[in-house]
Design a protein around this ligand. Sequence first.
Ligand SMILES: [Zn+2]
Length: 371
Amino acid sequence: MKKFRFNPFNLALKKDKTVCSVCSYTEGYNGCHLEHDNTCDVCHMLGKNKNILMDFDFLQKQFLEKVEQLKKNSTPYHCIVGVSGGKDSLYVLNSLVKNYGLHPLAVSYDNDFMTQKAKDNREAALRILGVDLFNVSVDINCVNLLRRVSILNNDEFCKPCVNLVHSCILKAGSIFDIPIGFTGFSRAQLFTRTQDIKTFLELIQNFQNPTDKFIENTARILTGKQSFMTLLSSAKEKKLVEQTLYSPKRFFRKTCMIVPYYIFHNVSSNEIINCVKRELEWMPPDVFEKLNHSDCAMERAAEWIFPKTRRAPNGEHKKYRELASEVRLGNYTLEEAAKIVNKWNKIEKPEKDIKLLLKQLDLEEDEVSWR
Ligand SMILES: [Zn+2]
């Protein structure tokens, strides 16, 4: 396996015309286009809508209004919070309880790869905050089937999990009759394509009085159900996945609005880490670096899977998209990002983890495209 030294941030620093001068996206990457002045359409879109997306006084006021609305409901839980055991979602849980006085239901999804430390962190937070947990235990064969489909289709390894987190929130919303579910996805994870920025602008506009149609449309996008169903070729597999993971009868019977908390709040990653350590006894993962999502035991192996659908230059690191997004949002400079990618490029391929992943998904090494 050749070592790759691709570092688009270095190209941006050298003012290379093949990358966006602001965030370093290359033409076609993740569906982006470079425009005349050497910046990409995602940076343009963000710049054009800064007055809404970055006006945190306005956004927080909107959020507070919604909270008052939720408190008037007589249901046992005001809202759902999707928690993984990672710092971002536990921070959201903590803030909704302590800063907003809400009574949330925590929803988790057991993906079979959650580390013990993440589970311990989740338990500690629930105990300290006195929050109930609805843990969705899914048929892992189905989840692995979706992961296989995702990889064989040259798509992203994490996609099924991200989609299923949302499905589980919708399920809990339907079962417990809760109108809203918050997630802990960061702004950098959310603002990576123009389409996503558009979706979240619409969310802000519809936040106070969403129509059923709006809620359902957003749910369909976030759960990715449609795309998986079309990818599953055999009727038997389709049925299996639909029945065990998406439960169509219950799924859209009464669905809730999914809202990423960080769309409405500006919190730095240092603030998040300090807060969860101080207030929730949160323990960092064994290997703790910024932008790591190490509550998943398969993360290191997954970093080497190369999703061709993103149309990235081969060698692009899995977390590059998020890092470029951090730069676009002004949280990192190009220089800092270039250094991080240099470090990523020196990491050896984790053969042991990869063998485990291949075994679990019943895949051969040559069926997967590697970076
Ligand atoms: Zn850009």
